[in-house]
Design a protein around this ligand. Structure first.
Ligand SMILES: [Zn+2]
Ligand SMILES: [Zn+2]
Length: 263
């Protein structure tokens, strides 16, 4: 399995526009964060999770040439607004609609924003999506599996995802945009080789985990390795990497373009 961190920034990205971003070292490239998403290759099948406003640039920078399945964790702007740029993947696949899996609310948002794309086939070069409501388990072509579970995120629910690759026995949990994990999510992520989890900032937020709350979840779930994502400018690379060094389980920060192979 391979995981590519396409972006790991909060909803406005890092640095913030029209803001001083106090304390943030902009000479450190890992402090430049586009909006959060990951690309997962499981049993050779390419799964794109969320499409940030920077999705086009993220694909170019990371050399993404295939999207076989798309999963939208929820319908917030920072996760849904790049979906029009799935169109080239449709074109490259002979006009086949990209299968889109999400919550009912997430699919409603896709219908509202992209009514022109709700077709099984794109013959015009535009995006085409076939919509599927996530129902606990997704069996991918090639044998990979994705377990889905709902996580609390203020007024809406977010898909938590656990990828399983039978040929290697590897497991990857992706829990972005959540105020906490549920008992079901913790059980699904048990023994994960990697868990990426929302860790917005040091101070409290009504709909996201803080860094300390995320660390608490990591201690509970005990994955082999954990990485923090969806971070604001307040979570500087050097300072927080030093703070997290030596933790058990091994914990660090995501950065844009990070690649992790689980063989
Ligand atoms: Zn978000
Ligand atoms: Zn959100």
């Amino acid at each position: 399995m391979e995981i590519i961190v396409m972006g790991c920034g909060t909803s406005q990205g890092v640095p913030l526009p029209a803001h001083d971003n106090p304390g943030l070292d902009l000479k450190e490239p890992r402090n430049w964060r586009t909006r959060a998403s990951v690309h997962v290759v499981v049993e050779g099948h390419h799964v794109q999770v969320d499409a940030a406003p920077e999705f086009r640039l993220q694909c170019i920078h990371n050399g993404i040439r295939r999207v076989d399945t798309f999963i939208l964790t929820h319908g917030h702007a920072d996760h849904v607004l790049g979906m029009d740029d799935l169109r080239q993947f449709c074109t490259n696949d002979g006009g086949r609609a990209v299968p889109v899996h999400s919550t009912r609310e997430g699919l409603d948002r896709v219908r509202a924003i992209y009514p022109y794309a709700l077709t099984e086939r794109s013959l015009t070069g535009y995006a085409a999506f076939s919509l599927h409501e996530a129902a606990g388990r997704l069996d991918l072509p090639g044998g990979g599996k994705v377990r889905t579970t709902l996580l609390p995120h203020g007024g809406q629910e977010v898909l938590g995802l656990v990828f399983e690759e039978p040929s290697t026995g590897r497991k990857f949990a992706y829990f972005t945009d959540c105020k906490g994990l549920t008992p079901e999510a913790r059980a699904l992520a048990a023994d994960a080789d990697l868990m990426i989890i929302d860790a917005l900032r040091p101070n409290a937020h009504p709909t996201h985990l803080t860094v300390d709350e995320a660390l608490g979840e990591i201690e509970t779930v005990k994955p082999k390795r954990a990485l923090l994502t969806h971070m604001t400018y307040q979570v500087g690379w050097a300072e927080y990497s030093a703070r997290l060094a030596g933790r058990n389980p091994e914990t660090g920060l995501c950065h844009d373009g990070m690649r992790i192979r689980l063989d």
